[in-house]
Design a protein around this ligand. Structure first.
Ligand code: GAL
Length: 651
């Protein structure tokens, strides 16, 4: 049986050699079994073009290996050396305003530039040749956070690559004109080389152009990953990953990345100032599991505060453990931190670490060591699946498209609705999966579509078939409006969902900022109102005020063997959202755990139940089983002390 992988980014090049031995001793003490090495060391291992210095890396790999610690070997391509920028100034990143970005940091290069790609292939070739078959190398950590600061580059090389990408996609420029609707404003192209990257331009840039630009930019990073992966595969049997940033990197469409990596890994940092930050963590973990299609690993999270938020709030006692085990509960088989030892110099010296500046007589270190040792006892969790009856639709393309210019309201925000629905389900202790709108949904009793602005014809058919075959669907306003080119589906809104929902919309009536409208059910809506015309559906609640007073606000449509619900306004948990979800879940037969106190997270993974108490009070949770860490058996009620986590194995 495999163990949970535990460790962090290890940057020994920042420390004198005496510290390395101490590091390895402490790693063993804390149960560390994997470290990410060499993620940013290009300038050190290749001090000048074609000159290599392996002395430090050779020694540290042997030291780790000799101590039974595996290596997740980084390819250092996210931090190109100064000599490369000097030799090839043309690889420097150009932003949307046409500014060429200076060096002195990481990432500032064009992902498409052939000179940068060649340099990547060459350093990876050297690394893979040298370490590819070393028994310490368990995993390859390709690049670091593709798209972190250079999602898009607007240099000439990028524009040329974009034109090539479009030619490949559309074949003929008239097909592109058709797909992009360029007859509007006469923005017709006669050849692919007339197309410009959508840098800063007068307002109203063709949205279809902008969407393809985002797809292209994402694919350029995938292409860089593939290039490196192919080089590695020639020399090394070890699997490879790259660290995703789900869901906080809008620019990467991780559905497109899903099949490319051998192991899905994710970096997640709490948005610490948000009161509900543990819910955002759960959402990140559930979405990462969906992208992975099974178990995955956390490549980076923090032991306490980060250093790049406006106010870097330290974790509260027990939070490191709650965060870590929440990831495991939701499918993580590896827990890695950024970083092992706090840096003295450079930009991240105020970032927490496994070994803080204060050393081992600190709460953080004690928590790190305790967690590592507990994880050894949770090996039986590895590989097990999280099962959910409810899916929430997620699509980066809807996120991109919904937030382009000139929408009916500035308050239409992709994550606003997804997070509202997700949080309401989380607080009702319902574990959800995320799914792409074209995915097979037949395994779910309930599917929620909070922000599905873009739906392709295939997705539209998929959702209709899902309902007809007995599924239950909840849709929020401004969904199913356009296709993948941001072109309105023919006829009245919502073209992709009219038949499924049994209604059509005569006119949108966005609300004023902070305006709320009463519904006749006692609920209230924000952001949105619209003139819904029923065509098969029935009204469950009506607007009691505003431009659509007396008209349907919540509807239900029984179709085939299933039901489709629609909310024509923004409901919140305290104002009708919980009731809508409860009714839909009751109709769909979704079972919810009973008797769980508020803010206690309960997640089943395989033969284990994770009980995470986010409150300051000791609580009792109904259930039976054996505490996986201390062997205590419970029959009926399980005590979970304030701020603690209990992992319960089925008896
Ligand atoms: C990540 C990055 C790490 C480190 C960390 C700090 O975005 O991959 O190298 O900078 O943030 O939170």
């Amino acid at each position: 049986m495999q163990t949970i992988r535990y460790g962090g980014d290890y940057n020994p090049e920042q420390w004198p050699e005496e510290i390395w031995r101490e590091d390895v001793r402490l790693m063993r003490e804390a149960g560390v079994n994997l470290v990410s090495l060499g993620v940013f060391n290009w300038g050190i291992i290749e001090p000048a073009p074609g000159e290599y210095d392996w002395s430090g890396l050779d020694e540290i790999v042997e030291l780790l290996h000799g101590n039974g610690i595996g290596v997740n070997l980084g390819t250092p391509t996210s931090s190109p050396p100064a000599w490369l920028r000097q030799a090839h100034p043309e690889i420097r990143l150009v932003d949307a305003e046409g500014r060429t970005l200076a060096g002195g940091s990481r990432h500032g290069v064009c992902p498409s530039h052939p000179a940068y790609r060649d340099a990547c292939a060459s350093i990876v070739e050297q690394l893979a040749q040298r370490y590819g078959k070393h028994p310490a190398v368990e995993l390859w950590h390709v690049h670091n956070e593709y798209g972190w600061a250079n999602v898009e580059c607007y240099c000439e090389a990028s524009t040329a690559a974009f034109q090539g990408w479009l030619a490949e996609k559309y074949g003929d420029v008239d097909r592109l004109n058709d797909a992009w609707g360029t007859a509007f404003w006469g923005l017709v192209y006669r050849s692919f080389d007339q197309i410009e990257a959508p840098a800063v331009a007068p307002p109203g840039v063709n949205p279809a152009l902008q969407l393809d630009w985002k797809r292209f930019s994402n694919d350029e990073h995938i292409a860089n990953y593939r290039l490196q992966r192919e080089v590695i595969a020639r020399h090394s049997p070890a699997p490879a990953t790259t660290n995703f940033m789900i869901p906080n990197c809008e620019g990467m469409d991780y559905w497109r990345w899903a099949g490319t990596v051998d192991v899905v890994s994710n970096n997640h940092y709490l948005i610490a100032e948000r009161e509900d930050h543990q819910i955002e963590l759960s959402m990140s973990a559930d979405l990462t599991r969906a992208v992975a299609g099974g178990p995955w690993m956390i490549m980076e999270h923090s032991t306490s505060a980060v250093n790049w938020q406006p106010r870097n709030i330290a974790k509260t006692p027990g939070e490191l453990r709650r965060n870590s085990l929440a990831h495991v509960a939701r499918g993580a088989d590896g827990l890695m931190f950024f970083q092992w030892r706090a840096s003295r110099a450079g930009a991240e010296k105020f970032h927490s670490a496994m070994v803080p500046h204060g050393g081992t007589d600190t709460g953080v270190w004690r928590d790190v060591a305790a967690l590592g040792n507990d994880l050894k006892q949770l090996s039986s969790v590895v590989g097990s699946e999280v099962a959910a009856d409810v899916a929430v639709l997620w699509d980066w393309e809807s996120w991109w498209a919904l937030e382009l210019e000139w929408r009916p309201s500035a308050d239409l925000k992709y994550r606003e609705r997804v997070e509202a629905y997700y949080a309401a389900l989380w607080r009702q202790h319902v574990t959800v999966d995320f799914a792409h709108p074209e995915a097979d949904l037949s395994g779910y009793r309930l599917v929620v579509a909070p922000s599905s602005y873009v739906l392709t014809d295939a997705a539209s058919k998929n959702l209709r078939g899902y309902v007809e075959n007995g599924g239950h669907l909840v849709v929020s306003y401004f969904s199913g409006i356009v296709d993948e080119h941001d072109t309105v589906h023919p006829g009245a809104h919502p073209g992709a969902l009219r038949e499924t929902l049994g209604l059509w919309i005569e006119e949108f009536h966005p609300l004023h900022e902070n305006e709320t409208l009463e519904l006749d059910s006692g609920a209230a809506g924000r952001i949105w109102s619209e003139h819904v015309r029923l065509d098969g559906a029935e009204a469950v609640a009506r607007f009691a005020a505003g431009p659509d007073q007396g008209r349907p606000a919540l509807t239900r449509h029984d179709l085939g063997r299933g039901t489709a619900w629609y909310a024509a306004t923004a409901l919140d948990e305290s104002s009708g959202l919980n009731e809508l979800l409860a009714t839909a879940m009751d109709t769909a037969g979704v079972e919810r755990p009973q008797g769980i106190p508020e803010n206690v997270e309960v997640v089943r993974r395989g033969a284990h139940r994770f009980l995470i108490n986010h409150t300051g009070q000791d609580v009792q949770v109904p259930g039976s089983g054996v505490n996986a860490l201390d062997g205590t058996a419970y029959d009926g009620r399980v005590p979970v002390p304030a701020g603690e986590v209990v992992v319960l194995a089925d008896a």
